[in-house]
Design a protein around this ligand. Sequence first.
Ligand code: ZN
Length: 652
Amino acid sequence: MEGLAGAVPGGKEAGLTAADLPRGSAPRPVPTPHFPDRLHAFVWRNWQLVPARRMGEVVGASAGDMVRLGRSMGLAGPPRVTIEQQRRSAITIIRRNWHLLSYAQLLQLLVWTAEQMAYSLREEDFLFVKLGNLKPQCEPLVYRPPDAPARERAREIASVLRAEFPRGVGVPEQPLFDFVRQLSRPPEDAGVQRGGTSAFSPRYCYSYFALYGDPLLDPTLDPFPDGYLARLAASGVDGVWLQAVLTRLAPFPWDARQSERFDARLKNLGLLVERARRHGVGVYLYLNEPRSCPVGFFATRTSLKGVAEGDFAALCTSVPEVREYLASAVESICRAVPGLAGFFTITGSENLSNCWSHGNGKGCPRCGKRAPADVISELNTTFYEGIRRAGNGQKLIAWDWGWQDDWAEKIIAQLPRGVSFMSVSEWGMPIKRGGVATAIGEYSISTVGPGERARRRWEQARDRGLRTIAKVQCGNTWELSAVPYIPAVANVARHAANLRGLGVSGLMLGWTLGGYPSPNLEVVAELGSAPAQGGGAEPQTAMLRVAERRFGKALAPKVVEAWREYSEAFSEFPFNGSVVYNAPMQVGPANPLWGEPTGYGASMVGFPYDDLEAWRAVYRQRCSLASSRKWRRDLSTRTRSWRLRSKAAAAN
Ligand SMILES: [Zn+2]
């Protein structure tokens, strides 16, 4: 699972240069022999993302030189590239140029400082990890007019493009990120009936197009424009979440500079909460706290120092002063934004937070002597205490993500009664795919949960009187994140029906892949709605209702049939944690076919390279191929037959 991060207390890095950025083993970059040379690859890969003038500045050429080079390969355009598009595609620009440019030239291309790059690599969802924990050693790229062999190869590429793409390549049919504009427009119809009671509340998700940074200070980063909130509400969503960093939202008692403008952020959070409320949507904050501080911070504050990792150390939550800071920070947020719906916590993973958060609590003189379960339940109790003091009724959802198996029972036993307990629904479910027995981690729509682990933990929580919440993936997952939603609607419907049957009272609809207003979300809402509103339905009925709303009465039965068949085929997905993180599903044909071994290992949802061993993981080569062939054949046959049948139905 990827993390979310924000400002690190004391993490200011003034005066950084490109030379200070992380390099890892700095191996040789992968070659690009299918291009005439590196310069052509550079122009090709940035054609739609970076204005030609900027590309030229990076390599010492004019915009005209860049445009000529691109067109010599048959590219049309270049398209106009807006500032907004450049900002949204920054990570794509980094990835496409990772093997082409040095840091110095990459910074020029992005118009970034080294500080911005350092921050991004560390904080934007552990980006450097996803890039492989290394920066290939790239020589400076300098423009030279192409020589005869390069011109000849460019002509060959152009003729391939003409033959394969008669309508031209180079200018996208829709402007990049046009979906952000589309989703931000108010919806035309009302969608799901709102206002009724539901078996599932909250039903909350993340933004489909959030950017990292400081969205509560920078209004251009708004992850939840009004039109999008209305669309989510119409899809049956009643909550959204965004990351919170306490130092940015409340005074940091040991260094007030960390909290500059916290009050402005709280004011904007209040405005977001108010806007969301008008759509019947609550706002939740994700806490992964306390964030660790640079080791230097503790030089004069040794009594606060817990477990150290590299240049950072934990603010030890066994120290009463630290807990008081956390409780009062949460309290002040709840007071300043009384309409805030609540918080959810990750306390056993992601950033280094409490001393046991990465399992190494023994390194702390205080927490090392305590059971991890005591430290973690105490931390959740501390957050809850802050909420309680403010008295505005915010919810606290304690998520078991990252809790070790032998901690969980003891943590749940010590959570305050007002806390809701959330567990990953499908975790640990045994599966057999392509003849191989393995187990689900999370992020699966191919598997219909819940699994035994979640059932056991919910039961324990319920016995103590806690509300229970399931973390599921309703729209898409790392099984295939490159589409807005996976139309395995029947699987999602069955999963929701199972959870309703178990009495699970709320749903986190997905992690950072975000919530696209999809039939999947609508079906989940249908399954939650009360019998009085025609709810309490079985999956088939719920799907029919959604299909009728979206496609009309005549087509609805065919659509439901397609969803069912698609779900059946998708259930053959060769799931394994290593497969979903390493294999090329997320990038598809953008991962080249390599002529020679690259020597690189696949990186987590970053570069798949040619690391077949990591892609296939537990699946034997032959069965993996056979299984995926069967899977593709199933999907394409079913899609084709569905198209024919729906055409027939439409004609009728
Ligand atoms: Zn500690």
